[in-house]
Design a protein around this ligand. Structure first.
Ligand code: SAH
Length: 276
């Protein structure tokens, strides 16, 4: 909100000055340009949450969605004061989430205009005294910072970072990567294994909202089907390190991987969305 500015929508005009200083949760009526109440629109005044900011802020790169941001905080076990290397920084959605949890964040971003936008976006939420710096660096080439607690990656080829991350993280440190496809994820898992990471886990978050109105209580018809896969792993100390890549080992690890698939015809529930 900025004094002297106004917000326009099809309901009418809201001057920022009528919002600034107002108690959260209070109502506001939209007005026409001449100041008369339109009668068709009412607004509720609230400070935006972090999720509101992430969805509404100017973006260059695709942001990580709030459902995944929350899961990343837990998977990476982010704690106040944690020293975290994040790459690439993109629009800064993940940066602001890590900073909100009290971390100190060092970001790498290869596109200068994205780095600038991220710093501006993050400044809106985290304030200028947040422990945040963004470097114009290619994370595939190196991680220059030692003794990291966490490495959090949202780049297309994070397997190219596993070796640098193993050198830069302290033993027990956690790496978390966000990837849109499972082929990329499999490539990462192989490289993590051969770089000394253990306890690897891959999962996705499916968030299904519900329509709850009187007697009509059911899942909403629409949901975001897919955003990305999250993978986390911990760095072992030296003796556990450098195990062969799975591709180089003979046969499958789990005999079920080779078993024929169950007969689909015997159990194929059809998911259909029906109205009430
Ligand atoms: N997580 C971010 C979005 C990141 S999009 C958010 O929530 O807002 C991926 C970003 O990685 C892009 O901005 C891209 O420029 C950057 N990138 C790709 N390869 C990189 C590399 N090798 N080193 C650093 N940044 C890289």
């Amino acid at each position: 909100m900025q004094s002297g500015k106004s917000f326009h929508s099809h309901f009418g005009v809201v001057d920022h000055d009528t919002v600034i200083g107002r108690e959260e949760g209070s109502e506001l009526e939209a007005r026409q340009r001449d100041g008369t109440v339109t009668g068709s629109g009412r607004y509720l005044v609230f400070r935006p949450t972090l999720a509101d900011v992430v969805i509404g802020m100017p973006r260059g790169a695709q942001v990580i969605y709030p459902k995944d941001l929350g899961a990343i905080l837990v998977a990476a076990d982010v704690f106040p004061g944690a020293r975290i290397l994040e790459a690439g920084v993109g629009s800064g959605a993940l940066s602001m989430t890590l900073l909100r949890a009290g971390a100190r964040v060092i970001g790498y971003e290869i596109r200068e205009e994205f780095a600038r936008r991220a710093v501006a976006n993050v400044g809106l939420v985290a304030g200028s005294d947040a422990s945040y710096e963004v470097h114009d660096r290619d994370v595939y080439e190196e991680i220059a910072e030692p003794d990291l607690d966490r490495v959090v990656l949202d780049v297309p080829e994070p397997w190219r970072v596993a070796g640098h991350a193993a050198a830069a993280l302290r033993p027990g440190g956690i790496l978390v990567a966000y990837l849109p496809t499972i082929n990329q994820t499999a490539e990462l898992r192989d490289e993590l294994r051969s770089s000394g990471f253990v306890l690897a886990e891959t999962f996705e978050i499916l968030r299904r909202t519900w329509h709850i109105e009187g007697r009509s209580v059911r899942p909403d018809h629409r949901m975001v089907a897919h955003t990305g896969f999250l993978t986390s792993a911990r760095l072992a100390s030296a003796p556990m390190a450098r195990r062969p890549r799975r591709k180089e080992q003979a046969g499958a690890e789990d005999p079920r991987d080779l078993a024929p698939a169950p007969d689909q015809k015997t159990k194929s529930p059809t998911a259909t969305a029906e109205g009430d």
